[in-house]
Design a protein around this ligand. Structure first.
Ligand SMILES: Cc1ncc(COP(=O)(O)O)c(C=O)c1O
Length: 465
């Protein structure tokens, strides 16, 4: 373990210091190495640029550490192969969409079987009941609806909260991410006011009209924002994950629940990423009691599907506000939402893939990953930390755990991130592009994790002054 005294003793001693000019030179070398090993991906990218804006089918696919994206041939379990024939250990897993591992057999079988018998009817199948019963058992919320993405689930739930409370605002944590939901792209500006977050594309209105924003773990700000009783709902991840893993302070969730109840605000917990904690997410593991819960990404083994659940009390209030004649034009739903294919995939995933057995395997592997990274940090007295949430692990270029989104955002180091990612990629390991995050799939082995630890060590050694 590195003690605070150690850290204080070493910052200027040369140990633990990253050589920034060497970083620039090495990054250029890694770019060249990547280009020389991925001729086919490069050819595809050049071709793609003529018909796909930016050369990719979705704009974020450009946000990788490599000079151009890998084109994928196939994936299986925790691995995938690119079109140049290189195999990778996948620690990104589609940023949680493939947390089940790629193409898990039970889901593939169910999906193939369902496709043969029709995929979308705008009528329910029995799989829908199984899925709702299973989600109810996992998250202790009795009623469920489905959508196609976690973004949609959050959008729909926000609408419901506004409708049943008759209130204008929602509240989110600064630097949160809940999908491309207009109300959530809000931040606390330097003036202290709420405004659009950097790069918010064409906001329909200034989000200060829809949203209040407080820092995670700031109970005073939370109470100040709720006490005029104008906030319909708090939308929160139980542990922040999208600006890096930020755990709640002890007692934060109890206070959040008490305060939301006191001021008549509904509480939505978004488990889309925190499902990495266990089969019932962080909510089950810590016995949280939200009014609504949303989840998407891995629950259909990578097919588009999401779900939202709610309490009996909420169900009664929704029923009071819904009319049969207008239920298809209220802004909630979707032609393909609840389709038979997505529900067959969700059933197979919940029944056979995202099981306790899977977590029993992946969480210890994540701890092994953490220990491997920590050993290097300790040995080189780096002012870095590594954090874990279930089967999700992440290292940070800062000496202490941040308590909120602003503290976390303040230490972004784009160049160093890019080097660590590209160095790993060139040696067969894909990290998540958004920060230094690794997610572990059930088929991954201890030797895969040790391979990452070795690569991490070599990357650090190449940079130490
Ligand atoms: C916590 C959380 N909620 C919702 C979403 C939106 O998911 P999707 O892009 O699949 O709609 C994300 C995406 O990263 C997320 O991290």
């Amino acid at each position: 373990m590195t003690t605070p005294a150690d850290k204080a003793a070493h910052p200027s001693s040369g140990r633990g210091k990253i050589d920034r000019s060497r970083l620039v030179t090495l990054l250029a070398q890694e770019d060249d190495l990547f280009a020389s090993n991925h001729k086919r991906s490069q050819e595809f990218f050049e071709r793609a640029k003529k018909s796909l804006h930016g050369g990719v089918p979705m704009n974020w696919m450009i946000k990788w550490a490599s000079p151009f994206p890998l084109f994928v041939e196939e994936g299986s379990g925790g691995y995938f192969t690119c079109v140049d024939g290189h195999q990778y250990l996948d620690l990104c897993l589609g940023d949680t969409g493939a947390m089940t591992g790629h193409a898990p057999q039970a889901s593939v079988d169910a999906i193939v079987e369902r496709i043969k018998h029709g995929t979308t009817f705008m009528l329910p199948t029995e799989d829908a009941i199984f899925v709702a019963e299973e989600l109810a058992a996992r998250f202790a919320l009795p009623y469920w609806q489905t959508a196609l993405t976690a973004t949609d689930a959050n959008r729909f739930v926000i609408r419901l909260c506004r409708q049943i409370t008759g209130r204008q605002y929602i509240l989110v944590h600064n630097w949160c991410y809940h999908g491309s939901v207009d109300e959530t792209f809000a931040t606390i500006l330097p003036s202290g006011e709420v405004g659009p977050r950097r790069s918010n594309i064409g906001p329909p209105v200034n989000p200060r009209e829809t949203t209040r924003v407080v820092e995670f773990n700031d109970l005073k700000a939370l109470e100040d924002a709720l006490k005029d009783k104008k906030v319909a709902c708090v939308l929160a991840e139980p542990v922040m994950t999208n600006i890096g893993i930020i755990h709640p302070d002890p007692g934060y969730h109890e206070a959040l629940r008490d305060m939301t109840k006191k001021y008549g605000t509904l509480l939505i917990l978004d488990e889309t990423h925190t499902i990495c904690t266990g089969p019932g997410g962080y909510t089950k593991a810590f016995n949280l009691q939200p009014d609504f819960l949303t989840i998407g990404k891995p629950i259909a083994s990578g097919l588009p599907a999401s779900a939202y659940g709610f309490t009996q009390k909420v169900a009664d209030m929704i029923a009071m506000h819904t009319t049969l004649s207008d239920c298809d034009t209220g802004g909630i739903g979707g032609t393909l939402a609840g389709n038979a294919l997505a529900l067959a995939a969700m059933r197979a995933t919940l029944q056979n893939v995202l099981t306790q057995t899977a977590y029993d395997k992946t969480i210890p592997l994540a701890s092994r990953f953490k220990a491997g990274v920590q050993a290097v940090i300790d040995q080189y007295h780096l002012p870095w930390i590594v954090k874990q949430l279930g089967c999700r692990v992440e290292y940070w270029f800062r000496p202490e755990a941040p308590r909120n989104g602003s503290e976390a955002a303040a230490v972004e180091d784009h160049e160093l991130d890019r080097y660590m990612h590209l160095y790993a990629l060139n040696r067969g390991v894909l990290m998540t592009p958004f920060h230094n995050m690794a997610l572990i799939a059930p088929s991954v082995t201890e030797s895969d994790i040790d391979k990452h630890s070795l690569i991490f060590r070599q990357a650090v050694e190449s940079l130490i002054a």
